[in-house]
Design a protein around this ligand. Sequence first.
Ligand code: TRP
Length: 331
Amino acid sequence: METVVSGIRPTGNLHLGNYFGAMKNFVKMQESNHCFFFIADYHSLTTHPTPEDLHGNVKNVLVEYLAAGIDPEKATIYIQSDVPEITELYLLLNMNAYLGELERCTSFKEKVRKQPENVNAGLLTYPTLMAADVIIHRAAKVPVGKDQAQNLEMMRTFARRFNRIYKVDYFPIPQAYNFGEALVKIPGLDGAGKMGKSEGEGNAVFLADSAEVIRKKVMRAVTDSGPTEMNQEKPEPIQNLFTLMEVVSTPDTVSFFDEAYNNCTVRYGDLKKQLAEDIISFTTPFREKILSLTEDTAYLRKVTSQGAEAARESAARTIREVREIIGFKTF
Ligand code: TRP
């Protein structure tokens, strides 16, 4: 069993793209690894320091991940700020993190551009906090996407540097967790590119969306004026609808509309109606779970307190050993 750590930013809701991307793999990953999933609420303060939103955002993400299949009996689920040991390791790692390398990180430079009015030290040291998140459990693997490749590289640098400076072989050098099969890319509804919450209203279908909202979004999806030649290649907006259908509809439905497209009799209205209903059938169980978990404060409290306890046990061991390695001693 390998130890795997994954951090989740408490922003936004899960959409079908997240589900068929990372989420489904997380659910599989927890079966055969020692997984720590945590909600990165400290990290969120670097960009969203809004007390009124903080708890609600954390709760949202917690509820949706549980609804999507993260299982507290199989994995350790916790909230980053419930584990103060992480901040201690963060402080210690910062002593060996250099201004130049932190300033050169593309995510930092991007944030400087995006929020020039708030270039805080938390943004600068985001990579050391992220390294602390992972190496606090002496994890071997981190399931991160391409956008986090540089942060992963920084983690590796900090873990290696700690080992070198203190002449120990203490921290494993974390590696990317590879999901065997290629990740399924789910397109959005706006005719171009993948599903994403930042691509504009209506582009993404969220697991928590009501049937009514889903129908509206799908009926508004971008199409064209229809095929004019038999068996012509589908332009992107149309292919995107078929790709969505492939994940939520039966093979019969897909081939029915595929044939209709190929002989130029397809009616996009019918296709969208069918697609909307199939998406609804797929998301309804998730939505119901989300709604019931949202009400179940006692359960959420139990999950997060058990998660915090298990995470702190693992983290406290590391901190004890790290303090010894660094040379702290009690009188
Ligand atoms: N930076 C990650 C993101 O933006 C979230 C994150 C924080 C994380 N700490 C982590 C991911 C540790 C993996 C491991 O998505």
